[in-house]
Design a protein around this ligand. Structure first.
Ligand code: NCD
Ligand code: ZN
Length: 345
C-alpha cells in the first residue's frame, strides 16, 4: 500500500555496540547495566571509577563485576585509565593478554573523576609510542583544561594544541576522539587520517546550549564536553548521518544520582542508556538517513576497533515510547518526552 511505501514501520539492524559508556560500579552498575545490554552486544567501558581502573588486576575484577551485572549476552571491552605514571610495558602486556582493548586519555581535571588523568601529554610520550607500535587504540577526552580557555571553546582548542601535534608525531597511532560536539571536531576528523575516528552521543545530536537554560537552569542537560551552539549541533548531525566510517555510536551514557545532578555543583553526565537507540533513530529519520543508521550503530566502530561485526539483530518499530521521569531512580535523557521508535528485541 502507498502508506507502507512512504513510511517505514520497522527497522532491523545488525546488533549494535556502544563505543563509549560509563557503567559505574556496585549498586549503580547493577541498576544501569540491563539498559545497555538490552540494545548493545559490546561496549567500550570507561575506566573513571573512584579509584580509576589503572591496572590489569583492577580491570579483570571490574570486568567480572560487569559480567555478573550484565549477564552472558554482553561483552565489556575494558579501557585503561592513563595517568602520568602509566608504565608502557605493563599497558602493552595487558593489551596483548586481551585485558585492555584501548586506553583512555583524560586530561587531568577535564571531567568527572579525571583528577588522576594526564597532566601533560608530553609526560606520556613513551606510553603513546608503545601504543602506536602495538596498534592499541587511544580514546581521547578532547578538551583542554586551561582556565583561560572558555568552556565552549575547549574542544576546538584541544584540536590545535594537543590532537594535531599528537597525530603528527605518532602517525600510526589509532585515535578515537570521543563525544565530539563541534563543527571544528567534525571537520578535523573528516579531514584527518584513516587512523582517526570519532564517537557521537545522542545528546549532542539533539541539544544545543539553549537546553542548559530553558526556562531555568537544567542540570540534566549538562554533560562534558558541554553542548554547543546550534551550528555545531547541525555539523555533528551531518557527520553522524554522512555514512563516513570515521563516525560511530558512543552514547557516553553517564548516570549520576538525582541529588548529585540537582545540586549547587551538579555533576556532568547524561544517563541516556535506557532509550539510546531510539534517540539516535529519531535523528537518522529526521535527517532522511535511516539507511545509514546501521553503519553508524553496528559497523563503523567494530571495523575501526578491528573487531568482528555482531551476528544478532535488534529491531525497532514505529511505536511511541513515553520516556519516564525516572529510570532506576535516575533521570534519563528525554525524560517526559515521547520518542517515535521503540526497540522490541
Ligand atoms: C562523564 C562521567 O560522568 O563519568 N561525564 C560526562 O559528562 N560525560 C565523564 C566524561 O565522559 O566526560
Ligand atoms: Zn564519557
Amino acid at each position: 500500500m502507498a502508506d507502507q511505501v512512504l513510511t517505514i514501520s520497522s527497522l532491523t539492524l545488525r546488533r549494535p555496540d556502544d563505543w563509549h559508556v560509563h557503567l559505574r560500579d556496585g549498586e549503580m552498575l547493577a541498576a544501569v547495566a540491563p539498559y545497555t545490554v538490552r540494545q548493545f552486544a559490546r561496549a567500550i567501558v570507561m575506566p573513571n571509577l573512584s579509584p580509576p581502573v589503572t591496572t590489569v588486576a583492577m580491570a579483570q575484577a571490574y570486568r567480572a563485576r560487569i559480567v555478573t551485572a550484565a549477564g552472558p549476552d554482553f561483552t565489556p571491552l575494558m579501557t585503561c585509565y592513563l595517568t602520568d605514571g602509566t608504565d608502557p610495558a605493563d599497558l602493552i602486556a595487558g593489551f596483548e593478554a586481551g585485558v585492555w582493548v584501548a586506553a583512555k586519555l583524560y586530561p587531568a581535571h577535564a571531567t568527572t573523576n579525571s583528577a588522576h588523568g594526564v597532566s601533560d601529554v608530553a609526560r606520556i610520550r613513551p606510553v603513546i609510542a608503545a601504543m602506536e607500535r602495538a596498534g592499541m587504540v587511544l580514546c581521547v577526552h578532547g578538551e583542554v583544561t586551561d582556565p583561560a580557555v572558555d568552556i565552549f571553546d575547549r574542544e576546538a582548542v584541544f584540536l590545535d594544541r594537543v590532537l594535531a601535534p599528537l597525530l603528527r608525531d605518532f602517525p600510526g597511532l589509532r585515535v578515537v576522539l570521543e563525544h565530539i560536539t563541534t563543527a571544528d571536531a567534525a571537520q578535523f576528523v573528516a579531514d584527518g587520517p584513516a587512523t582517526l575516528a570519532a564517537t557521537i552521543t545522542p545528546q549532542h545530536l539533539h541539544l544545543n546550549r539553549n537546553a542548559l537554560f530553558a526556562d531555568g537552569l537544567r542540570p540534566h542537560a549538562y554533560c562534558l564536553p558541554v553542548v554547543k551552539r546550534e551550528r555545531h549541533r547541525l555539523a555533528v548531525r551531518a557527520a553522524a548521518v554522512s555514512g563516513s566510517p570515521k563516525f560511530f555510536l558512543g552514547t557516553d551514557s553517564a548516570p549520576h544520582a538525582v541529588a548529585a545532578k540537582e545540586s549547587a555543583c551538579g555533576c556532568a553526565g547524561i544517563f541516556n542508556a535506557p532509550h539510546a537507540l531510539e534517540s539516535y533513530a529519531a535523528v537518522f529519520e529526521a535527517e532522511g538517513a535511516l539507511d545509514r543508521f546501521e553503519g553508524f550503530a553496528s559497523e563503523h566502530g567494530a571495523r575501526f576497533y578491528g573487531r568482528p561485526l555482531n551476528e544478532g539483530t535488534v529491531t525497532l518499530v514505529r511505536e511511541p515510547v513515553d520516556v519516564p521521569d525516572r529510570v532506576a531512580g535516575i533521570v534519563p535523557f528525554h525524560a517526559g518526552e515521547r520518542l517515535a521508535w521503540r526497540v522490541v528485541g
